[in-house]
Design a binder for this molecule. Structure first.
Ligand code: PLP
Length: 425
């Protein structure tokens, strides 16, 4: 059932722990993740045979370890992500594959690694079939198909259609079948991910395409993956997706294939955002409250070096305020404020729309020293961090059963120059 979401603009605690305590202990900017929310989202998806976390959304090894303990498998888009998964306790292979490598190319690093390590591969380009056959004869492979259309919450997260580089173009399927036969590679699965923020209208088209593609390949198919793309609420007007309906549509497709092939088909789902977005809070401190003409700015100590979604996609994140002084009331008047960061870049604004249009937000009146929390920041948050302006990466903390566990130290200025060298001319 779709349930309404509420995002308070005042907050005194995160996952039951006072913000003043968190800020004092860990400093700002810091990412906090509420493990209970992740577990709740995993639980929503339990009807699928395999939940495979698209770790690109949040690849801290503590998060991977946590989802692994919940029975979730993992997707990796690079050797670095495989390394993370293994460090978090995932085995390299097994049935179903604990780790799947999904990419549009094998870079040299990946080929080298996969030659020696039997991680299952999900190919996004026809060449990968031939290349896998060369390093691993008799391998099984999954094909990521681009069905010719896509959908996303922004043009940059649309991963289908001819303006996307992702996946194998649906019309190239006969070529792929020939390549697989020549390379002695068995096509054992199909995968479709047409973008983030999928809706039901597109879903029935994806399922129809999945069915016809699987039937063209035949009974070697034992797995189908629904990909990721499940939306999560970022605004109060956003509703939770109806997971039961989503599952039923995929389950019907799976059953049709089981009838056609006379064997079980494993149904996977591969969410990133859905599992981790709502768990994440980026805690920052307001360091300036200033007026520019008629406009009021809250400038905080987190910037797009910490959370790039607003500058990249014009993404909206809920924002709340936590007053530092204990006697500051939680019913302070609201003001229209623009929230910006510390970077020497005019796009360093958290309240902006796609295209870079700066907008203001109705927020509680706040002072320097108060805390500002950017919410729903657990997916595509920390993982997109940069050291722009030589700002160290933020710390990360997992909140589990009312206890904060540090899961990443804040970078130091020494970390920033590690690996750099001044040549001796
Ligand atoms: C292949 C694949 N699977 C899963 C995902 C996860 O998408 P989301 O975070 O929207 O669930 C992505 C995102 O880009 C993807 O490319």
């Amino acid at each position: 059932m779709a349930t309404p979401t509420t995002f308070p603009v005042h907050r005194t605690q995160i996952a039951g722990i006072p913000i003043s305590h968190l800020a004092e202990t860990f400093g700002t900017p810091t990412y906090f993740y509420d493990s209970e929310k992740i577990a709740e989202r995993v639980n929503d998806l339990k009807k699928f045979d395999v939940i495979r976390f698209a770790q690109k959304a949040n690849s801290n090894i503590a998060i991977l370890d946590f989802v692994r303990r919940q029975g979730v498998l993992v997707d990796a888009v690079s050797v670095g992500e495989i390394h993370r998964a293994v460090s978090a306790g995932y085995q390299l292979n097994g049935t179903p594959s604990p780790i799947v490598y999904t990419a549009d190319i094998f870079d040299r690093d990946a080929l080298d690694f996969l030659r020696k390590n039997p991680v299952h591969c999900n190919a996004g380009s026809p060449e990968m079939i031939t290349q896998l056959g060369e390093i691993r004869p008799n391998a099984e492979i999954t094909l990521r198909i681009n069905p010719g259309f896509g959908h996303g919450h922004s043009q940059k997260t649309n991963t289908g259609g001819d303006s996307s580089k992702h996946g194998i173009w649906h019309e190239q399927l006969p070529e792929c079948i020939n390549r697989a036969a020549a390379a002695k590679v068995k096509i054992s699965g199909l995968h479709m991910h047409i973008g983030s923020g999928t809706d039901f209208e597109h879903l029935s088209m994806v399922c129809a395409s999945m069915k016809s593609t699987a039937l063209s390949i035949g009974p070697s198919i034992t797995t189908i993956s629904a990909g990721g793309g499940l939306p999560t609420p970022y605004r109060e007007s956003d509703k939770m997706i109806d997971i039961d309906r989503y599952f039923e549509i995929w389950d019907a497709t799976r059953k049709e294939l089981e009838t056609a092939f006379h064997h079980p088909i494993c149904l996977e789902i591969e969410p990133g955002r859905y599992l981790s977005a709502e768990s994440g809070y980026l805690l920052s401190e307001i360091r300036a409250v200033k007026k520019m003409g008629d406009k009021l700015y809250y400038l905080v100590d987190a910037g797009f070096n910490n959370l790039a979604r607003p500058i990249m996609y014009g993404s909206y994140h809920p924002i709340s305020i936590s007053h530092r002084a204990a006697n500051d009331s939680n019913v302070t008047p609201t003001v229209e404020a623009i929230v910006g960061g510390p970077l020497c870049e005019s796009g360093d604004i958290f309240t902006q729309e796609e295209g870079g249009f700066v907008c203001s937000r109705e927020l509680p009146a706040a002072k320097v020293g108060d805390f500002l929390i950017i919410e729903c920041a657990g997916a595509y948050g920390f993982v997109m961090s940069s050291n722009y302006n030589s700002k160290p990466f933020a710390a990360e903390v997992l909140l589990h059963e009312q206890t904060p566990y540090p899961i990443r130290e804040r970078q130091t200025n020494e970390d920033l120059i590690r690996g750099e060298k001044i040549p001796s001319f």
